[in-house]
Design a protein around this ligand. Structure first.
Ligand SMILES: Cc1cc2nc3c(=O)[nH]c(=O)nc-3n(C[C@H](O)[C@H](O)[C@H](O)COP(=O)(O)O)c2cc1C
Length: 196
């Protein structure tokens, strides 16, 4: 793929928050996961773990947990119910975890590097997520990267039978042909500084 094509995928991708009632084949989901697995990671350790949830009852249970607890988070329940609806509408989710496989080892060796590596693990997982949302775009699958559900990590872990540190949920689904609203970006000059 040429640079212009990659940039075009990056520029046209947009978060999608409402999906058609259409399943995504395992073949397509596997391609998306492969893109995540092939992301860069600190010392090549791949600290991410991806739990794919297609089970409708589990998706509904996550939606219910968020709606039930919407009032408890201190910033109004609107945001929570908004995100719960995105999850409910999705035919598949990737619940992303940080296994902390590197930091747990480094902790015993260097307190200083431990602080660094904790951040590096998250960076590696974010790179994997970005790879997944981009390849999904090329496969015609819309996604939304969500951090709000992490507030209910304990409850969601019980639902999806997982342990550990949840980083995000990525919702996936086909979207209608309507053009997706693009979020504006800051000007180049407000984001980039040159030192020549
Ligand atoms: C780390 C992270 C967390 C996010 N969490 C949420 C979320 O909880 N709810 C939501 O609706 N969107 C969430 N988003 C999506 C952003 O709102 C979205 O990427 C941003 O507004 C830019 O829009 P675009 O993705 O359409 O370009 C998140 C994105 C990132 C990278």
């Amino acid at each position: 793929m040429k640079d212009a094509e990659i940039l075009s995928v990056i520029r046209t991708r947009a978060s999608t928050r409402k999906y058609l009632d259409k399943l995504i084949s395992q073949d397509i989901i596997d391609k998306i996961l492969e893109a995540g697995i092939f992301g860069p990671s600190v010392v090549g350790a791949q600290p991410g773990r991806f739990i794919v949830v297609k089970n409708r009852e589990m998706i509904k249970a996550i939606d219910a947990v968020m709606k039930t607890n919407a009032g408890k988070v201190g910033f109004g329940s609107g945001m929570m119910t908004y995100v719960a609806k995105i999850i409910e509408s999705a035919p598949a989710l990737i619940v992303v975890y940080n296994t902390r496989c590197v930091s747990e080892r480094v902790k015993k060796i260097s307190e200083l590097y431990y602080e660094n590596i904790k951040l590096a693990e998250f960076e590696a997982i974010a790179a994997a997520i970005q790879n997944m949302v981009l390849i999904a775009e090329t496969l015609g699958v819309g996604t939304c990267w969500l951090d709000i559900p992490v507030l209910f990590e304990r409850e969601i872990n019980d639902i999806v039978r997982a342990e550990g540190r949840m980083v995000a949920i990525v919702t996936m689904g086909y979207v209608s042909d309507e053009p997706t609203q693009r979020s504006p970006r800051k000007d180049y000059s407000k984001t980039v500084e040159m030192r020549e």
